[in-house]
Structures are given as structure tokens and as C-alpha cells.
Design a binder for this molecule. Structure first.
Ligand code: ADP
Ligand code: MG
Length: 239
């Protein structure tokens, strides 16, 4: 398995991000404007153009809503949560979609309860992004394995493995860069946002992948409270 992505230094600055968003939104806007102008000049309505205009609008909407997740943290609260419940919620949320593609989830966890200081919705967003990527990589179906285990006295580990198409080695360095996508309808924002959220929780995320074999995402999070001898009960997102 090839290693990749433990690169907080690669996370872009707000300025670079803003430029990227502007660029991504300007393209569909330009298309929209062109078609609107054409319709006005010809005084005609084209169903095909209308179709394209709608899909360009959807694209803008998707990009904006993914970015809203990044804007949320200020308004949210860190709480001590059982990470297994969060994973269970996400698995139930995505299981009907997964079933459609012949995909089964296998959730393996230890009996111990692992409490993590986290913003629940953000944490869910991370798991949704990663599991969705796994689903999208497995058009032929298969098993997505989610494991939850103690990694050390202070940390809990979560791995999400798929049996999908994998990632070509030349693409590995691009993962987590905003707007890098290999999908026709991808935004290329999911991994970057997930990485940002995990870092906001003082955790780590790494991706291992082999083309044609599958992909595994490893997440490490600090345990909260008495489970973590180093934890002082502070809000990990406060500094
Ligand atoms: P998007 O899903 O919109 O393309 P992401 O940031 O979630 O954006 O992922 C970026 C790219 O990383 C994907 O387009 C894909 O090429 C690759 N990728 C991520 N996860 C996986 C996976 N589980 N299997 C194969 N490729 C993946
Ligand atoms: Mg994605």
C-alpha cells in the first residue's frame, strides 16, 4: 500500500481557497450568462440550454454548500461524544444508498466506549465524505469496512477501507488539494474539508491506496476526559 497525505502544510490558505472558489463559480456563471444572452438575442427558449443552465446552477449550489461547512465552526460547540454512535448514525444514513450499489458495511468496534471532544456535525461530515468516496469508488459493489479501536492511551483510531478502484499513484499527491477531482460531477472539496475538520480536532488523517485494489483512510483522534491522560478538558477547537 502506498502512503500519502499527512500534509497539514499543503492545506491552502484562506486566500488561495477564496481564489479557487471564485474560479470554480465563475465558470458556470459564464456559461449561464452566455445562454441567457443567447436566449434574449434569439428571443427563443431552448430546452437543451435550459438543462445545461440548471446543471450549472446545481454545480454552484454544491460548491457553495460544501464551503458553508467550513464557515460553520464558529457557530458550533465542541462536546464530549461517543464516537461509535456518530459512526453508527452515518452508517445508517448511507446504508440505503450503499445497498443500491450492492455495497455492504461492516462495522467492527471494540466494546470499550471511546469519547471524543468534538463538534458532532463536523465529525459526521468527515465520515460522510469519506464513506461517500468509498461508495463512489465501488461501482461493482463490495464491502466497506469501518473499524474503531484504541490506538494508544490517548488516541482512538478509525479506519475506513473500500474494495474500489483505488487511486493511481500519480494522483496521490493531489489528494486534499481543493478542486482536485477525477469525477465528472465531483467538487474535489470533500477530502480537503475533512482534513481541515480533523486538524481542527487535533487529529490526523492519512490515505493509503492501491490502484485496482482499494483505498483505506486512517483517522486518529485524541480521546476526551479520563480516557486521555493528557486531556485537560479544554475545547480542542478553541485555540
Ligand atoms: P470528489 O469526491 O468531489 O471528487 P474528494 O475531495 O472527496 O472530491 O475526493 C477527491 C478525489 O480523490 C476523488 O475525485 C478521487 O479521485 C479520489 N478519491 C478519494 N477517495 C477515494 C476512494 N475511496 N477511492 C478512489 N478514489 C478516491
Ligand atoms: Mg468526495
Amino acid at each position: 500500500m502506498e502512503e500519502l497525505l499527512r500534509r497539514s502544510e499543503k492545506l491552502t490558505t484562506v486566500g488561495q481557497l477564496a481564489a479557487g472558489v471564485a474560479h470554480e463559480i465563475r465558470n458556470p456563471l459564464t456559461t449561464l450568462r452566455g445562454f441567457l444572452q443567447l436566449q434574449r438575442e434569439n428571443n427563443s427558449f431552448s430546452p437543451q440550454h435550459n438543462e445545461i443552465m440548471l446543471s450549472e446552477l446545481d454545480r454552484i449550489n454544491l460548491i457553495v454548500s460544501e464551503f458553508l461547512i467550513l464557515a460553520k465552526p464558529q457557530a458550533t460547540q465542541f462536546q464530549v461524544k461517543n464516537i461509535r454512535n456518530i459512526l453508527n448514525d452515518v452508517i445508517s444514513l448511507l446504508s440505503s444508498q450503499a445497498h443500491l450499489f450492492g455495497i455492504e458495511f461492516k462495522f467492527e468496534f471494540e466494546p470499550e466506549v471511546y469519547k471524543v471532544h468534538c463538534e458532532e456535525n463536523q465529525m459526521k461530515q468527515v465520515f460522510i465524505n469519506i464513506i461517500k468516496n468509498a461508495i463512489e469508488a465501488m461501482e461493482e459493489g463490495g464491502i466497506i469496512t469501518i473499524e474503531l479501536f484504541r490506538l494508544s492511551r490517548e488516541e482512538v483510531g478509525i479506519t475506513i477501507s473500500d474494495q474500489g478502484i483505488g487511486i493511481p499513484s500519480e494522483n496521490l499527491p493531489k489528494l486534499g488539494e481543493p478542486f482536485f477531482t477525477s469525477k465528472e460531477n465531483g467538487t474535489g472539496l470533500g477530502l480537503m474539508i475533512s482534513q481541515g475538520i480533523i486538524e481542527g480536532h487535533k487529529g490526523m488523517m492519512e490515505i493509503f491506496s492501491k490502484e485496482g485494489k482499494g483505498t483505506r483512510v486512517d483517522i486518529v483522534l485524541p480521546l476526551a476526559g479520563e480516557q486521555n491522560i493528557n486531556d485537560k478538558g479544554e475545547d480542542p477547537g478553541a485555540d
